[in-house]
Design a protein around this ligand. Structure first.
Ligand SMILES: [Zn+2]
Length: 270
């Protein structure tokens, strides 16, 4: 039954996004600063895979219509140090799949330096929580992306469900993971992305103690001075979004709609 309903939900969602997005476009409404979250760059049936050509088309559109900025800009907007004069987007990629390397020539050509959230202990990756099993970047590859100017953040040690681990495990996943990546990259790791966006007060407190400046969720939202730096919302882009949907995915009304139903049983169809 669920399998039958899924295409229907996707179709209804598409109609709603396009209607809301078109209204926003007509009134010239654009979000001033949003963070997008991608996962795998591949042509397969996993929901979080998007093929290279599609991502490049999306990024070309973004470059034309938005300012591409970094997490440091997000911190500045939250602290009130900076106001975005033109609509801006931060590009983030979670999990650290090896297939991201297929985008490297495109990023180099367009002088884009994305943010990559990687695991510090990929050898013990929690594939169940990752919901897939595909090759991860090696330490050497992560280091070379740092050298290319990419921003590397921590996505925990093993991609555990941080809301369910013991206090000791949480410390390893958050604090030890930060130290391991800092040692590997010889650089301060200031940004964190919650595995599957899962967080609670205990997790946020551990991140704060570990010294992270920003932590990114999967809760939809635009960023402003009211944003909690350790609960920075992101808008997820996946393989179910058509190009027309992508163009409106982070427009203010669509974001509000997504926020509204995210917690309902329909949340998984977003
Ligand atoms: Zn993840």
């Amino acid at each position: 039954m669920k399998k039958l309903l899924y295409p229907l939900f996707i179709m209804v969602r598409r109609c709603i996004y396009l209607t809301l997005g078109t209204i926003d476009m007509l009134f010239g409404r654009k979000s001033s600063l949003v963070v997008l979250s991608y996962h795998s760059i591949a042509k397969d049936s996993w929901q979080f895979s998007i093929d290279k050509e599609t991502v490049e088309k999306q990024l070309t559109y973004l470059k034309k219509h938005y300012n591409l900025v970094s997490p440091a800009d997000v911190a500045d907007v939250i602290s009130g140090k900076r106001v975005m004069k033109t609509p801006s987007v931060v590009l983030t990629f979670d999990d650290g799949y090896k297939d991201i390397l297929t985008l490297k020539p495109f990023f180099t050509k367009h002088a884009i330096t994305p943010t990559l959230f990687v695991l510090s202990d990929g050898v013990h990756a929690n594939w169940e929580q990752l919901d897939t099993h595909r090759p991860l970047l090696s330490e050497k590859e992560i280091t070379s992306l740092r050298d290319a100017g990419w921003i590397i953040g921590c996505h925990s040690g093993t991609h555990a469900n941080l809301t369910e681990v013991t206090a000791k495990e949480l410390e390893t996943e958050v604090t030890t993971a930060k130290k391991i990546l800092e040692q590997l990259l010889n650089k301060k790791i200031s940004y964190f992305a919650y595995p599957r966006g899962k967080h609670n007060a205990r997790v946020v407190q551990t991140l704060s103690k570990a010294g992270y400046i920003l932590a990114f969720t999967m809760d939809d939202g635009a960023i402003n001075t009211a944003t909690n730096p350790l609960l920075v919302p992101r808008v997820g882009v996946d393989g179910t979004h058509t190009f027309a949907e992508f163009r409106v995915l982070f427009s203010p009304s669509v974001i509000r709609f997504r926020q509204m139903i995210k917690t309902s049983f329909l949340g998984r169809y977003l």
